[in-house]
Design a protein around this ligand. Structure first.
Ligand code: ACM
Length: 555
């Protein structure tokens, strides 16, 4: 049995009480209304009435998600007043932009003017970029809160941006509301010094099974930023839809993107749309990782261009939810012209360092063809200056030097498959950990969850948080772990409400696994910090799942 067949077989093996393949999913829009009913009534025990604000008025300094690396509480709190200014370093455009972003968050709820200035008067909220604080690295920061001033210091702008997210969470949750609130705006006294555990802290959105508009993606980006997620992986192509305009192969988007699961209208991003997403992500210090899934999951491309098929005949568009039935034609030279064009155009558009080439569930590609395909395609990615990311089946071929493999197995994945990935990790392939039975955000929380799938089992909030990336995959060195990523597949997900109900509150836990030191890992403490996010998510209009595992504050 070949390695890839081995993988295919083991991935398809059901774990207890689950289905071997993704289930048929033609879900009516009824879900939107069901969701509202569930969100309104699922749990009277942990419900967070709109507008509820837990005591005390001054939040303990460390009570944020992700948990900070170091907290030294002490001293009198800092208080925002109608006269507070946001002071930024005069030489930094980015510090000014971050100061303006902070002011825009704080103004509606405080009702204060909060001018952004580069004056040198003492006091106020100060945003500093400090060349000397190299220890804070690319993304770390220090927050110092005293009676007279609140100072955010970072070595790089991303750190300043993350410091702002911490400051948001230290203020009362009603700071997130868009109308004026009469609340004392205090930040507990003390110092937080904080740097991330992993450089790769991602979330994936499948825009192929259902298409999401630029505004929907931007909304999700804003929510990810609050928890210091720094990668947005966009699953841009699959059997059901091709979602990015490629000038040299225009029918991919215009025809291949014209529908979606269930037969709706679909859609695609023009270059301008994609650039708008990239720009918004960059303003939130997220790097976009675009994925073109190959050689399987390619029906939308095969339907758009007959010559990409070994038969020379284009299949019809596909609006169901099966997987594993499509493959690019590995022996045909035109396949590599196609891949070269797509990768060249996408790489030129994308400023980030990664390009994800998929490689999962290639059940209709022979093992020899899979290996041959990956041997040809990975150098194309390198030729256009990008680093390969692939789903972990890539380790059944020969991963390129520097490639990252995204592990999406389960507890029930075979030892042989886990060993194959671990072996690659020992040989230098980096790992992004996305175990499906932990962090797939499309898995149902329990049997009553109206959205989502259950082929990897039910994933309640504790299960998604309570594991350690460094020791997760037996035989893989902790040093190979680049980070974690929470994918959200969209067979059953078609609105922002759906995204939010499935992502929250599991996503903050994955963000914490990526950011916080292992020493802070503790479910009992985490659930209290997560509970404090309830009123904040409510104030932001995030329709989250009121898990009974979390002690949400009552009024
Ligand atoms: C996957 O869930 N097929 C990566």
């Amino acid at each position: 049995m070949t390695a890839v067949r081995l993988l295919s077989t083991t991935v398809a093996t059901p774990v207890e009480g689950t289905q071997p393949v993704r289930q048929p999913r033609t879900f009516p829009r009824l879900f939107g209304s069901l969701l509202l009913v569930v969100a309104a009534g699922i749990s009277t025990v942990g419900a967070v009435p709109a507008g509820a604000e837990p005591a005390p008025a001054v939040r303990p300094l460390g009570r944020i998600v992700p948990a900070p690396a170091s907290v030294q509480p002490g001293g009198a709190p800092y208080t925002l007043t109608p006269w507070t200014r946001i002071r930024v370093d005069d030489h930094s455009r980015e510090a000014r932009q971050i100061g303006t972003y902070l002011a825009r968050i704080l103004r509606p709820s405080t009702g204060y003017a909060l001018p952004v200035t580069d004056d040198h008067l003492p006091g106020g909220i100060r945003l500093r970029l400090s060349p000397r604080d190299q220890g804070l690295g690319e993304e770390g920061y220090r927050l110092e809160s005293t009676r007279g001033s609140l100072t955010l210091t970072a070595h790089k702008p991303a750190g300043l941006f993350h410091a702002v997210q911490t400051l948001r969470q230290l203020l009362p949750a009603s700071v997130e509301k868009d109308s004026r609130q009469q609340v004392p705006w205090k930040v507990a006294g003390g110092t937080i010094t904080d740097t991330p555990r992993y450089a790769y802290r991602g979330a994936m959105l499948d825009v192929s099974r259902h298409f999401f508009t630029v505004d929907q993606v931007k909304r999700y980006i804003d929510q990810l930023a609050l928890y210091k997620i720094n990668k947005l992986h966009l699953h841009l192509s699959d059997d059901q839809g091709w979602r990015i305009a490629i000038d040299s192969w225009p029918r991919l988007a215009t025809y291949g993107g014209s529908t979606q699961v269930g037969g709706g209208r679909g859609g695609h991003y023009t270059r301008k749309d994609y650039q708008e997403i990239l720009g918004h992500a960059a303003s939130r210090y997220l790097e976009v990782v675009p994925e073109i899934d190959m050689p399987g999951h390619t029906n939308a491309a095969l339907a758009s261009y007959a010559e990409l098929n070994c038969s020379g005949i284009a299949p019809p568009l596909y609006t169901g939810t099966d997987v594993g039935f499509s493959s690019l034609c590995v022996p045909k030279p035109v396949t590599y012209d196609f891949v070269d064009d797509v990768v060249r155009e996408l790489a030129a558009l994308t400023p980030g360092r990664y390009l994800h080439i998929g490689g999962d569930e290639a059940h209709s590609t022979s093992h020899a063809d899979y290996v041959a395909f990956m041997d040809k395609v990975q150098p194309i990615v390198a030729k256009y200056g990008k680093t390969v990311v692939g789903w972990h089946q890539l380790t059944g071929a020969t991963p390129a030097k520097g490639a990252l493999a995204q592990y999406w197995g389960l507890d029930g994945t075979s030892d042989a498959e886990k060993a194959q990935v671990a072996r690659a990790a020992r040989n230098g392939t980096g790992l992004i950990l996305s175990p499906a039975d932990r962090v797939y955000l499309d898995m149902k929380y329990n049997k009553d969850t109206p959205l989502g799938l259950d082929w990897a089992g039910f994933v309640e909030v504790r299960r998604s948080y309570d594991w350690d990336p460094a020791t997760y995959l037996p035989g893989a060195p902790g040093s190979a772990v680049a980070g974690v990523e929470a994918p959200l597949w969209s067979e059953t997900i078609s609105t922002s409400d759906h995204i939010e109900f499935m992502a929250f509150p599991r996503l903050p836990g994955v963000a914490e696994l990526g950011w916080s030191p292992a020493s802070t890992h503790d479910w009992e403490a985490y659930k209290v910090r997560l509970a404090a996010q309830g009123p904040r998510m409510a104030a932001l209009g995030i329709d989250f799942y009121r898990s009974p595992q979390v002690p949400w504050p009552s009024a």
